[in-house]
Design a protein around this ligand. Sequence first.
Ligand code: HEM
Length: 188
Amino acid sequence: MTALVEAEVDGDKLTHDEIAAFFVLLSVAGNDTTRHTTSHALRALTLNPDQRALLPEHLPTAVEEFVRWATPVLTFRRTATRHVELHGQRIGEGEKVVLFYHSGNRDEDGFADPWRFDVTRDPNHHVGSAAAARTTVSAHRWRACSCARFSASCFPVPDIEGGEPELFKGAAFIHGVKRMPCSFTPTA
Ligand code: HEM
């Protein structure tokens, strides 16, 4: 936030309202995505104990698979800034397009056995956080966040299990978990 407040381009700084709006965007974007990914991942690890056993040795690749598997952001609508042809489909400048990330993340042309949850999957060119966001602060942030969460919660609570999740109903934007019962043995 300090960097944003202090940023200056050609003598212009962001206004108070712009900074406030961006703060809200960062808070929401960084919150919904990482917590729903954590819930979906815990459920997948519960259903796939063989993958769970591999987790401590494969945390970096596992975190990528969590995002691919969960795809917490389902869609985004963008506007083409130039004419482009994609797989024989012409998209004109100014046309609106929708990206279906959950479809991309189960694409047989991109992933071997896409319906298999595999924490060792490598390479894993998922589009769960989209190409543009992969090199930004957000991508570093969610990777660090997810690694930290799983090292902090899963390893000290090795028997934690995620039950049947109740998903957001009718949601076209966020693949969200409304509630999910969890069980574990408390330590003293
Ligand atoms: C598992 C974690 C995350 C996932 C799956 C995710 C996913 C996405 C996706 C799919 C987009 C749209 C990209 C596009 O097509 O242009 C996006 C944009 C964005 N994300 Fe994330 N994200 C995650 C974490 C975060 C975090 C931690 C932050 C910030 C703290 C963040 C901030 C943003 C911002 C600012 C945008 C741009 C929004 C816009 O252009 O209107 N994201 N993210």
